[in-house]
Design a protein around this ligand. Structure first.
Ligand SMILES: [Zn+2]
Length: 311
């Protein structure tokens, strides 16, 4: 079974958000030596990223051989005009998509802890809309271990849900990385011993800090979203880092994720699945991956975390 634990479902998309997402695509492309045009990427984002019924995503999963996708919503209270109503509607629409395909999708709510009504909104997302956990973006400028954030973890842990939390400097370049440092997750792991926490991107360039923490905190996991850029740019370095991560942290902590759909124009999900599968044969001299390890990364580890949500 192949599970993508980190995807962004976009029920509706305006030009401003499309442009922001396209900037990410263009920056990521630049890192693999591709020169993409921002205007063209914005237009393509408008045409292909909005996915109100999840049909694009299902097609993409079928092309890549992905059985289940865990998709998340993003809520940023700092954006002017980001109303409670808009956040509720976006979560409810995404949740409805997941409910229509319970064998293919698991939905995580996007709730910014800075919202005065954050606790009530998250309760609605989990209890009324049927979402299975929470995605946080502290890089939007908030502390992931503030009392407001802790109030949300409390709710997710009570319902045996999962938290996916952005870690690492984010593209396009901007502020906020300080709050996305993986070491901030220490108190979260200690104070919520029954809450699986997935550090998105494993902290990216700060993966060693994530690895240090994840090697001692049993509930802290990491995902490989955005690592396809490194895999494409320097496959030997991708292999070297991933081997070291597995050896230091344990194979059970590493989960496959794509961060789609923004990176699809650079590395498709199908290509990323192929890259991970090929680790057993294509790794450079001196680095070895076993088929059991790629199977664990691609899905078996995620089954242990998300399997209870699947029929
Ligand atoms: Zn993401």
């Amino acid at each position: 079974m192949i599970i993508d634990v980190h995807y962004h479902l976009v029920p509706a998309l305006g030009r401003g958000t499309a442009r922001h997402m396209a900037k990410y695509t263009v920056e990521a492309a630049r890192r693999v030596g591709l020169d993409l045009d921002l205007e063209q990427c914005t237009q393509e984002a408008l045409e292909t990223f909005a996915d109100p019924e999840g049909e694009h995503l299902l097609k993409r999963m079928d092309d890549a051989g992905i059985d289940v996708t865990v998709f998340c919503m993003v809520d940023n209270y700092a954006i002017p005009g980001s109303t409670l109503e808009a956040a509720r509607v976006a979560n409810e629409r995404a949740a409805a998509v997941a409910l229509r395909h319970p064998d293919r999708f698991v939905a995580l709510a996007g709730v910014d802890p800075r919202r005065p009504e954050a606790v009530d909104l998250l309760r609605r997302c989990l209890d009324d809309f049927g979402m299975k956990g929470l995605k946080l973006h502290p890089d939007h400028g908030y502390d992931p271990v503030s009392p407001e954030s802790f109030a949300l973890y409390e709710i997710v842990q009570e319902r045996k849900g999962v938290v996916l939390i952005h870690t690492g400097p984010i593209l396009p370049p901007g502020r906020g990385a300080t709050y996305a440092h993986p070491l901030l997750l220490e108190d979260l792991a200690v104070d919520f011993p029954d809450l699986p926490v997935i550090a998105a991107h494993m902290g990216q360039a700060w993966w060693r800090d994530w690895a240090g923490l994840a090697s001692v905190q049993s509930t802290l996991y990491g995902d490989l979203a955005e690592w396809q850029i490194l895999a494409k740019r320097s496959f030997p370095l991708f292999c070297k880092d991933l081997r070291e991560i597995i050896d230091r942290v344990g194979i059970e902590k590493v989960l496959f994720g794509t961060d789609g759909p923004v990176l699809d124009p650079v590395v498709s999900s199908a290509e990323y699945v192929r890259i991970v599968k090929s680790l057993t044969e294509r790794s450079p001299h001196g680095i070895k991956f076993m088929p059991e390890e790629t199977a664990a990364i691609l899905g078996e580890n995620a089954v242990r975390i998300f399997g209870t949500f699947l029929p």
